[in-house]
Write a protein that binds this ligand. Structure first.
Ligand SMILES: C[S@@+](CC[C@H](N)C(=O)[O-])C[C@H]1O[C@@H](n2cnc3c(N)ncnc32)[C@H](O)[C@@H]1O
Ligand SMILES: Nc1nc2[nH]cc(C(=O)O)c2c(=O)[nH]1
Ligand code: SF4
Ligand SMILES: [Mg+2]
Length: 228
């Protein structure tokens, strides 16, 4: 008898260059999962917030479809791997994002993809308990005081390989300082500041603060390059 397999709501699968954080510049397959209740007002992917039954489609419609659509397909780990292979993707780095991918148990997916030679990265807000393989690179982009009312979990910050904080104003740096003081992160975690929506003042603030603190700048390279 087959064990029960986990099904994931997939909004998109595409191959591009990782545009954010530590792995910026790395060819990567993006797996975007549908659904997020956190509600960041400036979120790039608001089309992924709701998972509606009427938006479910066959897999063909989430591979290479226009990116800002709420359509999703239910795929298990084997179907996701088969899609990567059928597309002939070259990248061996897989970024699982969303939406909020930490709402799902990603261990079966991770084990399947790692067995096929892929390395995984998760992009998460840190507001749900992580269910990822030990080898998964964890990028936590903490979401503080967002409309959904979710709290950043100390266990996520301790597991983070990278903390990538979106900033536009001084108060966002202060909020990060307060968070890192109250919930000490993994001491090896790399800290990046990511300007919100390429705003010039946000970018200047991020550059200045990164130089002062010896943190890294993450500029969403894909937006400057006009690629997905
Ligand atoms: C769309 S989120 C999806 C993954 C997860 N929900 C999260 O927030 O980390 C992926 C990354 O994009 C960042 N992001 C979203 N909208 C942004 C914006 N307008 N400007 C800069 N970064 C943004 C998030 O902070 C996160 O690091
Ligand atoms: N190129 C590219 N890099 C990214 N890094 C994180 C992304 C995301 O939406 O999570 C993203 C994205 O949407 N595109
Ligand atoms: S947690 Fe991530 S996907 Fe959810 S609203 Fe915020 S940025 Fe968007
Ligand atoms: Mg994006």
């Amino acid at each position: 008898m087959n064990p029960i397999t986990t099904s994931y709501p997939v909004n998109e699968i595409f191959e591009t260059i990782q545009g954010e954080g530590f792995y910026t510049g790395t060819p990567a397959i993006f797996l975007r999962l549908q659904g997020c209740p956190v509600g960041c007002p400036w979120c790039d992917t608001q089309h992924t917030w709701e998972q509606r039954a009427e938006d479910q489609v066959p897999v063909a419609q989430v591979v290479g479809k226009p990116s800002a659509s709420p359509l999703w397909a239910a795929l298990d780990a084997e179907a996701i791997l088969a899609t990567f292979q059928a597309q002939g993707f070259n990248a061996k780095h897989v970024v699982i994002t969303g939406g909020e991918p930490a709402m799902f148990d990603l261990r079966e997916l991770g084990e399947t993809l790692e067995a096929a030679g892929y390395q995984l990265q998760i992009e998460t807000s840190g507001t749900f308990a992580l269910q990822v393989t030990a080898q998964t690179w964890v990028t936590v982009s903490p979401k503080l005081d967002m409309p959904g009312g979710y709290l950043v979990r100390p266990d996520c910050l301790q597991r983070a390989d990278e903390i990538k904080h979106p900033v536009a104003m001084e108060k966002h740096i202060e909020a990060l300082d307060k968070l890192l003081k109250s919930c000490p992160p993994n001491p090896a975690a790399i800290i990046c500041l990511q300007p919100i929506s390429q705003r010039p003042r946000a970018t200047e603030l991020a550059i200045k603060t990164c130089i002062e603190r010896n943190w890294r700048l993450s500029v969403q390279l894909h937006k400057y390059l006009h690629i997905e």
